[in-house]
Design a protein around this ligand. Structure first.
Ligand code: AVI
Length: 324
């Protein structure tokens, strides 16, 4: 019997949380920043699901197309293995993989990991019904926490996967650390499947992050509401405005909340009082856009050898399968 490192068998998820040290640091520096992980309370996760369906937001459906097209091939290459998804959200796209693995394996295990308990629990319950032959256990926590737990609890052959171009939300240093951590966590022969958004014209990118229905604006502003309930804050979201711009030098979308009027904000649980000047901005997210060949090279430098890459007809999104 294999040990269960990340799950509690009689629960559907295990809670792993961290404190708000990064909030204090981000809001007391110039320019102000907040970690994109604070987008994802339950409401934020639902808003993100809505973003994924927007006509302007092409990444989700493009990646889903690639996965639907090539899931059987991926499963054939890796063969039966334990599937571990970092940042699983609703696991919608993952179903193409689960269906493919169910075809080739008698016993398979899927561990979705996410910071949002509500959506994780709902998706685990739904997937358990839909895939009765696959053992499915969720883990509530950040990628970092999850990778640390995985590291000390190696089970069997596994494929770690990180879809949706979430890697793009890391700055180059974080990206490097993350890939190092992935490489150290996996054992020789294990696989890593990465989904990345590729470079493309500015107008397509900016439309995707400034959608006409204002869902991305609501998602960005919800970060402040999340901080309010989580850290007893008093952000007034009406005093901030969303904007996303594409920085063509760094090949990244930058999402900001611009302050419309000077005021003070308090986060009582963090013992923090912060002044916002009119026109001052908080950088809430970067979303880097990659080149497939360059990324494959970077992964090779981490002992993650490219097995195969896939893309869509327009070359807008890429999947890289690597093996340690
Ligand atoms: C989760 N992540 C990959 C999304 C992205 O495209 O960078 C988050 C997002 N932010 C605004 N829209 C979507």
């Amino acid at each position: 019997m294999i040990a269960q490192p990340l799950t509690v068998l009689d629960h559907h998820y295990q809670e792993l949380r961290d404190d708000g040290e990064d909030v204090i640091k981000g809001l007391t520096q110039i320019p102000k920043t907040l970690s994109p992980k604070y987008f994802y309370d339950d409401h934020g996760s639902l808003l993100f699901e809505k973003i994924c369906e927007l006509p302007e937001y092409y990444p989700t459906r493009t990646e889903a197309w690639i996965l639907n097209e090539y899931a059987d091939e991926i499963a054939k290459i890796t063969n039966c293995c334990e599937l571990i998804e970092l940042g699983s959200g609703s696991s919608t796209k993952t179903q193409a993989l689960l269906t493919a693995y169910q075809k080739i394996a008698d016993s398979c295990r899927y561990l979705p990991i996410d910071v949002s308990g509500g959506i994780l629990k709902t998706s685990v319950l739904q997937l358990q019904k839909k895939y009765p032959d696959i053992a499915i256990h969720g883990l509530l926590g950040t990628y970092e926490q999850a990778l640390v737990h995985l590291e000390s609890n190696y089970l069997q052959s596994r494929m770690l996967f990180f879809l949706g171009s979430s890697l793009g939300n890391f700055n180059p240093e974080e990206c490097d650390n993350f890939l190092n951590q992935v490489s150290h966590t996996l054992q020789p022969g294990d696989f890593f499947l990465l989904g990345i958004d590729l470079q493309k014209p500015k107008d397509i990118l900016e439309a995707a992050y400034n959608d006409s229905q204002g869902v991305t604006a609501a998602f960005n502003l919800n970060m402040l509401s999340h901080l309010n309930w989580r850290f007893q804050g008093n952000f007034d979201i009406n005093l901030f405005r969303h904007q996303a711009v594409y920085n063509q030098i760094d090949n990244q979308i930058e999402m900001y909340l611009h302050c419309q009027k000077s005021h003070w904000v308090t986060l009582a649980a963090l013992d923090l009082k912060v002044f916002f000047a009119e026109g001052e901005s908080i950088l809430t997210e970067i979303s880097r856009k990659f080149n497939l060949a360059t990324m494959a090279k970077q992964m090779e430098s981490k002992e993650l050898k490219t097995v195969k890459t896939w893309t869509d007809e327009k070359g807008w999104f890429g999947l890289i399968l690597c093996q340690v």
